[in-house]
Ligand binder design. Structure first.
Ligand SMILES: Nc1ncnc2c1ncn2[C@@H]1O[C@H](COP(=O)(O)OP(=O)(O)OP(=O)(O)O)[C@@H](O)[C@H]1O
Length: 257
Protein backbone atom coordinates (compact mmCIF):
# COMPACT_ATOMS: atom_id res chain seq x y z
CA UNK A 1 0.00 0.00 0.00
CA UNK A 2 2.63 2.54 1.09
CA UNK A 3 6.30 2.11 0.44
CA UNK A 4 9.33 4.20 1.36
CA UNK A 5 12.57 3.58 -0.46
CA UNK A 6 15.74 5.03 1.00
CA UNK A 7 14.00 8.22 2.05
CA UNK A 8 16.22 11.01 3.35
CA UNK A 9 15.21 14.45 4.58
CA UNK A 10 17.48 17.36 5.38
CA UNK A 11 16.94 20.96 6.39
CA UNK A 12 19.56 23.63 5.87
CA UNK A 13 22.26 21.02 5.46
CA UNK A 14 21.14 19.16 8.60
CA UNK A 15 20.11 15.56 8.13
CA UNK A 16 16.75 14.71 9.79
CA UNK A 17 16.01 11.32 8.20
CA UNK A 18 18.56 9.02 6.60
CA UNK A 19 17.75 6.32 4.05
CA UNK A 20 14.53 5.06 5.62
CA UNK A 21 12.95 2.09 3.84
CA UNK A 22 9.72 0.54 5.04
CA UNK A 23 6.34 -0.54 3.82
CA UNK A 24 2.85 -1.05 5.19
CA UNK A 25 0.29 -3.33 3.60
CA UNK A 26 -3.50 -3.18 3.67
CA UNK A 27 -4.80 -4.08 7.15
CA UNK A 28 -1.40 -3.69 8.82
CA UNK A 29 -0.41 -1.51 11.78
CA UNK A 30 3.00 -0.03 12.46
CA UNK A 31 4.13 1.76 15.61
CA UNK A 32 6.96 4.26 15.30
CA UNK A 33 8.98 4.53 18.48
CA UNK A 34 12.13 6.41 19.43
CA UNK A 35 13.42 9.23 21.62
CA UNK A 36 12.51 12.92 21.29
CA UNK A 37 13.91 14.45 18.14
CA UNK A 38 14.52 11.06 16.47
CA UNK A 39 12.51 12.09 13.40
CA UNK A 40 9.22 10.28 14.08
CA UNK A 41 6.89 13.20 13.25
CA UNK A 42 8.99 14.07 10.22
CA UNK A 43 8.63 10.51 8.98
CA UNK A 44 4.83 10.73 9.26
CA UNK A 45 4.83 14.06 7.39
CA UNK A 46 6.86 12.49 4.59
CA UNK A 47 4.46 9.52 4.38
CA UNK A 48 1.53 11.97 4.34
CA UNK A 49 3.09 13.72 1.35
CA UNK A 50 3.43 16.97 3.31
CA UNK A 51 7.22 17.03 3.08
CA UNK A 52 9.09 15.93 0.02
CA UNK A 53 12.15 13.80 0.71
CA UNK A 54 15.52 15.24 -0.30
CA UNK A 55 16.31 11.76 -1.61
CA UNK A 56 14.43 8.51 -2.09
CA UNK A 57 10.81 7.88 -2.97
CA UNK A 58 7.44 7.37 -1.31
CA UNK A 59 4.84 5.44 -3.30
CA UNK A 60 1.18 4.85 -2.51
CA UNK A 61 -0.60 2.02 -4.37
CA UNK A 62 2.45 1.81 -6.61
CA UNK A 63 2.44 5.48 -7.69
CA UNK A 64 4.79 8.23 -6.46
CA UNK A 65 3.02 10.23 -3.79
CA UNK A 66 3.69 13.53 -5.57
CA UNK A 67 1.73 12.27 -8.59
CA UNK A 68 -1.48 12.55 -6.51
CA UNK A 69 -3.29 15.85 -6.21
CA UNK A 70 -3.74 17.11 -2.65
CA UNK A 71 -7.46 16.37 -2.56
CA UNK A 72 -7.00 13.04 -4.33
CA UNK A 73 -4.38 11.94 -1.78
CA UNK A 74 -6.67 13.00 1.08
CA UNK A 75 -9.23 10.47 -0.15
CA UNK A 76 -6.69 7.73 0.64
CA UNK A 77 -4.47 8.99 3.46
CA UNK A 78 -5.62 10.84 6.59
CA UNK A 79 -3.29 12.40 9.13
CA UNK A 80 -4.21 13.02 12.75
CA UNK A 81 -1.51 15.47 13.69
CA UNK A 82 -0.06 16.55 17.01
CA UNK A 83 -0.57 20.08 18.38
CA UNK A 84 -2.95 21.11 15.62
CA UNK A 85 -4.11 24.66 16.03
CA UNK A 86 -7.76 24.61 15.13
CA UNK A 87 -10.05 27.56 15.36
CA UNK A 88 -11.20 26.97 18.89
CA UNK A 89 -14.50 28.67 18.18
CA UNK A 90 -15.31 25.99 15.60
CA UNK A 91 -18.24 23.75 16.32
CA UNK A 92 -17.48 20.04 16.79
CA UNK A 93 -19.83 19.03 13.97
CA UNK A 94 -18.22 21.44 11.49
CA UNK A 95 -14.74 20.28 12.49
CA UNK A 96 -15.65 16.67 11.75
CA UNK A 97 -17.35 17.68 8.49
CA UNK A 98 -13.98 19.09 7.34
CA UNK A 99 -13.00 15.43 6.93
CA UNK A 100 -15.49 15.23 4.05
CA UNK A 101 -13.85 18.12 2.17
CA UNK A 102 -11.77 15.86 -0.15
CA UNK A 103 -15.00 14.25 -1.37
CA UNK A 104 -17.00 17.39 -2.10
CA UNK A 105 -17.43 18.33 -5.72
CA UNK A 106 -16.23 21.76 -6.72
CA UNK A 107 -18.64 24.52 -5.62
CA UNK A 108 -21.05 21.99 -4.14
CA UNK A 109 -22.00 21.68 -0.49
CA UNK A 110 -22.29 18.61 1.73
CA UNK A 111 -24.66 15.90 0.56
CA UNK A 112 -26.84 13.65 2.79
CA UNK A 113 -24.16 10.93 2.55
CA UNK A 114 -21.56 13.35 3.99
CA UNK A 115 -23.85 14.11 6.94
CA UNK A 116 -24.45 10.40 7.45
CA UNK A 117 -20.70 9.62 7.48
CA UNK A 118 -20.14 12.59 9.80
CA UNK A 119 -22.79 11.27 12.21
CA UNK A 120 -21.28 7.77 12.14
CA UNK A 121 -17.79 9.16 12.84
CA UNK A 122 -19.09 11.16 15.80
CA UNK A 123 -20.93 8.13 17.17
CA UNK A 124 -17.98 5.77 16.72
CA UNK A 125 -15.76 8.10 18.73
CA UNK A 126 -18.41 8.73 21.39
CA UNK A 127 -18.54 12.44 20.52
CA UNK A 128 -22.07 12.64 19.08
CA UNK A 129 -23.31 14.28 22.28
CA UNK A 130 -20.64 16.97 21.84
CA UNK A 131 -21.60 17.86 18.26
CA UNK A 132 -23.04 21.30 19.03
CA UNK A 133 -20.26 22.34 21.40
CA UNK A 134 -17.26 24.45 20.44
CA UNK A 135 -13.74 23.06 20.50
CA UNK A 136 -12.67 25.46 23.23
CA UNK A 137 -15.42 24.07 25.47
CA UNK A 138 -13.92 20.57 25.41
CA UNK A 139 -11.35 18.77 27.53
CA UNK A 140 -8.07 17.77 25.86
CA UNK A 141 -9.24 14.15 25.63
CA UNK A 142 -12.62 15.07 24.16
CA UNK A 143 -10.94 17.27 21.57
CA UNK A 144 -8.59 14.40 20.67
CA UNK A 145 -11.61 12.16 20.04
CA UNK A 146 -13.19 14.84 17.84
CA UNK A 147 -9.99 14.96 15.78
CA UNK A 148 -10.19 11.18 15.43
CA UNK A 149 -13.80 11.53 14.27
CA UNK A 150 -12.59 14.03 11.66
CA UNK A 151 -10.02 11.66 10.17
CA UNK A 152 -12.54 8.79 10.25
CA UNK A 153 -14.96 10.95 8.26
CA UNK A 154 -12.24 11.03 5.62
CA UNK A 155 -12.64 7.21 5.29
CA UNK A 156 -8.94 6.70 4.66
CA UNK A 157 -7.22 3.54 3.56
CA UNK A 158 -4.12 4.61 5.46
CA UNK A 159 -4.36 6.53 8.73
CA UNK A 160 -1.34 8.32 10.17
CA UNK A 161 -1.49 9.32 13.84
CA UNK A 162 1.08 11.41 15.69
CA UNK A 163 0.94 10.58 19.40
CA UNK A 164 -2.81 9.91 19.29
CA UNK A 165 -3.00 8.81 22.93
CA UNK A 166 -1.80 12.16 24.31
CA UNK A 167 -4.51 13.70 26.51
CA UNK A 168 -6.41 10.41 26.72
CA UNK A 169 -6.98 8.62 30.04
CA UNK A 170 -5.93 4.96 30.22
CA UNK A 171 -9.38 3.65 29.35
CA UNK A 172 -9.63 5.93 26.30
CA UNK A 173 -6.07 5.04 25.20
CA UNK A 174 -6.93 1.33 25.08
CA UNK A 175 -10.29 2.16 23.50
CA UNK A 176 -8.66 4.15 20.69
CA UNK A 177 -6.01 1.55 19.91
CA UNK A 178 -8.54 -1.33 20.13
CA UNK A 179 -10.75 0.58 17.71
CA UNK A 180 -7.88 0.98 15.24
CA UNK A 181 -6.96 -2.69 15.58
CA UNK A 182 -10.55 -3.65 14.84
CA UNK A 183 -10.61 -1.40 11.76
CA UNK A 184 -7.67 -3.37 10.37
CA UNK A 185 -10.15 -6.16 9.66
CA UNK A 186 -11.89 -3.75 7.27
CA UNK A 187 -8.56 -3.21 5.51
CA UNK A 188 -7.39 -0.05 7.29
CA UNK A 189 -3.63 0.32 7.54
CA UNK A 190 -2.37 2.67 10.26
CA UNK A 191 0.96 4.05 11.32
CA UNK A 192 1.20 5.76 14.70
CA UNK A 193 3.94 7.49 16.64
CA UNK A 194 3.65 6.13 20.17
CA UNK A 195 5.74 6.86 23.25
CA UNK A 196 4.22 4.09 25.37
CA UNK A 197 6.18 0.99 24.36
CA UNK A 198 3.78 -1.38 26.10
CA UNK A 199 0.70 -0.07 24.32
CA UNK A 200 2.66 0.01 21.06
CA UNK A 201 3.62 -3.65 21.61
CA UNK A 202 0.05 -4.67 22.41
CA UNK A 203 -1.62 -3.02 19.44
CA UNK A 204 0.89 -2.80 16.57
CA UNK A 205 1.85 -5.62 14.21
CA UNK A 206 5.33 -4.18 13.68
CA UNK A 207 7.44 -1.62 15.54
CA UNK A 208 9.92 0.70 13.89
CA UNK A 209 12.65 2.06 16.14
CA UNK A 210 14.12 5.40 15.03
CA UNK A 211 17.15 7.14 16.47
CA UNK A 212 18.82 10.30 15.17
CA UNK A 213 17.01 10.01 11.85
CA UNK A 214 18.00 6.38 11.26
CA UNK A 215 15.86 3.26 11.26
CA UNK A 216 17.61 1.16 13.89
CA UNK A 217 15.30 -1.86 13.78
CA UNK A 218 11.94 -2.96 12.44
CA UNK A 219 10.51 -6.02 14.17
CA UNK A 220 7.47 -7.69 15.68
CA UNK A 221 6.77 -6.27 19.17
CA UNK A 222 7.88 -9.37 21.12
CA UNK A 223 11.26 -9.21 19.40
CA UNK A 224 11.60 -5.45 19.62
CA UNK A 225 10.97 -5.21 23.38
CA UNK A 226 13.74 -7.73 24.03
CA UNK A 227 16.15 -6.10 21.58
CA UNK A 228 19.28 -4.56 23.16
CA UNK A 229 18.63 -1.61 20.83
CA UNK A 230 15.79 -0.43 23.12
CA UNK A 231 18.16 0.04 26.07
CA UNK A 232 20.84 1.61 23.84
CA UNK A 233 18.60 4.03 21.99
CA UNK A 234 16.55 5.21 24.98
CA UNK A 235 19.54 4.97 27.34
CA UNK A 236 17.50 3.02 29.87
CA UNK A 237 17.67 -0.27 31.78
CA UNK A 238 14.72 -2.56 31.35
CA UNK A 239 13.16 -5.84 32.35
CA UNK A 240 10.80 -7.60 29.95
CA UNK A 241 8.02 -9.69 31.49
CA UNK A 242 5.70 -12.29 30.00
CA UNK A 243 2.10 -11.59 30.93
CA UNK A 244 -0.05 -14.75 30.72
CA UNK A 245 -3.20 -12.89 29.64
CA UNK A 246 -1.42 -10.96 26.86
CA UNK A 247 -0.04 -12.21 23.57
CA UNK A 248 3.04 -9.96 23.90
CA UNK A 249 5.48 -9.31 26.73
CA UNK A 250 5.60 -5.95 28.50
CA UNK A 251 8.60 -3.83 29.39
CA UNK A 252 9.40 -2.24 32.75
CA UNK A 253 11.93 0.57 32.93
CA UNK A 254 14.13 0.02 35.97
CA UNK A 255 16.32 3.11 35.52
CA UNK A 256 18.44 5.20 33.19
CA UNK A 257 21.78 4.07 31.82
N1 LIG B 1 10.60 22.53 10.21
C1 LIG B 1 11.77 22.12 10.68
N2 LIG B 1 12.92 22.74 10.33
C2 LIG B 1 14.11 22.31 10.76
N3 LIG B 1 14.28 21.27 11.60
C3 LIG B 1 13.17 20.63 12.01
C4 LIG B 1 11.87 21.00 11.58
N4 LIG B 1 10.97 20.17 12.17
C5 LIG B 1 11.68 19.33 12.94
N5 LIG B 1 13.00 19.60 12.84
C6 LIG B 1 14.09 18.88 13.53
O1 LIG B 1 14.07 17.53 13.06
C7 LIG B 1 14.41 16.63 14.10
C8 LIG B 1 13.33 15.58 14.19
O2 LIG B 1 12.11 16.22 14.62
P1 LIG B 1 10.76 15.40 14.78
O3 LIG B 1 9.72 16.36 15.21
O4 LIG B 1 10.54 14.61 13.56
O5 LIG B 1 11.16 14.43 15.99
P2 LIG B 1 10.26 13.44 16.85
O6 LIG B 1 10.97 12.14 16.88
O7 LIG B 1 8.87 13.44 16.36
O8 LIG B 1 10.35 14.14 18.28
P3 LIG B 1 9.34 14.22 19.54
O9 LIG B 1 9.31 12.85 20.17
O10 LIG B 1 10.05 15.21 20.42
O11 LIG B 1 8.01 14.70 19.05
C9 LIG B 1 14.57 17.48 15.37
O12 LIG B 1 15.93 17.67 15.61
C10 LIG B 1 13.88 18.79 15.03
O13 LIG B 1 14.48 19.86 15.72
Amino acid sequence: MIQLQEVSVSFGGRSILQKISLQAEKGQSIGIIGPNGAGKSTLLKVIAGQWMPSQGEVTFAGKPIQSYGKKQLARHIAFMRQNVVYELNDRVYDTVMLGRYPFLKRFSSEQPLDHEICRQSLQRTDTWELRNRYLDQLSGGERQRVLLAQVLAQQPKLLLLDEPTTYLDLHRQVELLSFLKQEQQNGLAWIAVLHDLNLAAQFCDQLVLLDAGKLVQMAAPAIMLRSPAIEDVFQIRTVVLDIPSLHVPQIVVTGNK
